[in-house]
Ligand binder design. Structure first.
Ligand code: PMP
Length: 415
């Protein structure tokens, strides 16, 4: 009986198929790779790459190819010929690795180009890139917020934000609860050097949006900074894909914009867009920027992906057509897709075991969707999460809907 919250790795020495959250066991037999002595394995091996349909290494499953609903490559740019060509050309020119951290020889022309492009994308002057979206948040917040400061977090922000706030004071407010946020802003006014309200643009588990205009009214009124991580909104939300910031035309009012290159921008890495002064500070103070290797030359393809959002708006149109198609289809089957306004479509199940069983059944029907359980959401909020791509065909989405219809019949899941 291990208390998983407090466990040390030593507690796991004698546990077969180490699995702190019980995910692997929950997936059940559909994903157990029996060729490996029946060991549970919650990480499915992808054999074919990122895309709307992929090949998985699941010997015990009747299918080899699955409609994939697990990728954040919303516009399908990881397979775009121009993006791939840019990565290949950069590897030919620079080699496979960058060889050092940005501070000590690992900052290349293509990194500078990405920084310039992403700043311009958000109509701002300066940006700094990180090796992941995770460290764009964790490393920069760690540098910015100390013992004298206060981080005010929407409870549903990404794990990387929580990690960035380990060395500062933290107060959380209920997801999108403006009154709770105002209460914290009002009562903490004189007690801290800097107060930073940190929110996501699009939330990663419900796919809903932050009421950015109202939150900025509050931060301005109470003299706090505002940080927006729009990892899931960029390339998806807003007329030209600038995310919730574009929806409210608040480019200048947001103090810090963070995000990732691993979703719409089709590669890996993260960014932070802010004033030149703040970006300069992070070049000296963000530990990841100084002590960890920078993005490899293949990342030069990010520049092309950023350009494509504007050059080929057709992908955003196709994405929204697919979002509407799948969402309407699921709702007409009587499923609860919650409050999503983005490419993330959750189907709330609630019960962890049933959730796992349903994901297993979907796999059996050739559909790979994400099983989201604790700790990504609370234990009672287990859900199947589907991410829509611009490159899904309606035929593939029909296959998803047929699979859900079969699941509903078997499990009596209607609302
Ligand atoms: N922020 C949010 C809101 C995310 O959902 C994620 C990853 N899913 C990240 C940051 C981290 O990005 P990355 O995976 O590129 O490290």
């Amino acid at each position: 009986n291990i208390d998983f919250e407090k466990a040390s790795f030593k507690d796991f020495e004698n546990i077969e198929g180490m699995d702190p959250y019980g995910w692997a066991k929950l997936w059940g037999e559909y994903v157990t790779d029996r060729s490996k002595n029946g060991q549970f394995n919650y990480r499915q091996e992808n054999l074919s790459g990122c895309g709307p349909e992929i090949e998985l290494n699941l010997p015990s499953n009747p299918h080899r190819n699955f409609v994939s609903l697990v990728s954040n490559d919303y516009l399908g740019f990881t397979q775009h010929p121009k993006v791939k060509a840019a990565a290949i050309a950069a590897i030919e020119k620079y080699g496979s690795g960058a060889g050092a951290s940005p501070a000590i020889g690992g900052h290349y022309l293509f990194h500078q180009e990405i920084e310039n492009k992403i700043a311009k994308f958000f109509k701002r002057e300066s940006a700094i890139v990180f090796s992941t979206g995770y460290t764009a948040n964790s490393s920069s917040l760690q540098a910015l917020l100390k013992k004298e400061d206060l981080a005010i977090l929407d409870m549903a922000v990404h794990a990387s934000v929580y990690e960035g706030c380990l060395n500062t004071n933290v107060k959380t407010f209920l997801h999108n609860d403006l009154e709770a946020l105002e209460r914290i802003l009002k009562t903490s006014k004189d007690n801290y050097r800097t107060r930073m309200v940190i929110i996501d643009g699009v939330y990663s588990q419900d796919g809903d949006l932050a009421p950015l205009d109202k939150i900025i009214q509050l931060t301005k009124h109470y003299g706090a900074y505002i940080v927006v991580d729009d990892a899931h909104g960029t390339g998806v939300v807003g007329e030209t894909g600038r995310g919730v910031i574009e929806l409210h035309n608040l480019y200048k009012e947001v103090d810090i914009i963070t995000g990732t290159f691993s979703k719409t921008f089709a590669h890996v890495g993260g960014y932070l867009v802010a004033s030149p002064e703040l970006v300069r500070f992070l070049k000296f103070q963000a530990r990841q920027h100084i002590f960890s290797a920078t993005l490899s030359p293949a990342s030069a393809c990010i520049s092309k992906a950023i350009d494509l959002v504007d050059e080929e708006p057709i992908w955003m149109h196709r994405l929204w057509d697919n979002i509407e198609y799948l969402k309407t289809g699921l709702e007409s089957l009587g499923l609860d897709t919650g409050i999503t306004q983005s490419a993330i479509i959750p189907v709330k199940i609630g019960d962890i075991s049933l959730n796992a069983k349903i994901c297993g059944m979907l796999l059996e029907a050739g559909i790979y969707a994400n099983q989201i359980n604790y700790p990504a959401v609370s234990r009672k909020d287990a859900r199947v999460r589907m991410s829509v791509m611009a490159t899904h065909t309606h035929t593939q989405l029909d296959k998803v809907l047929n699979a859900w219809e079969w699941v509903i019949k078997k499990t009596h899941l209607e609302k």
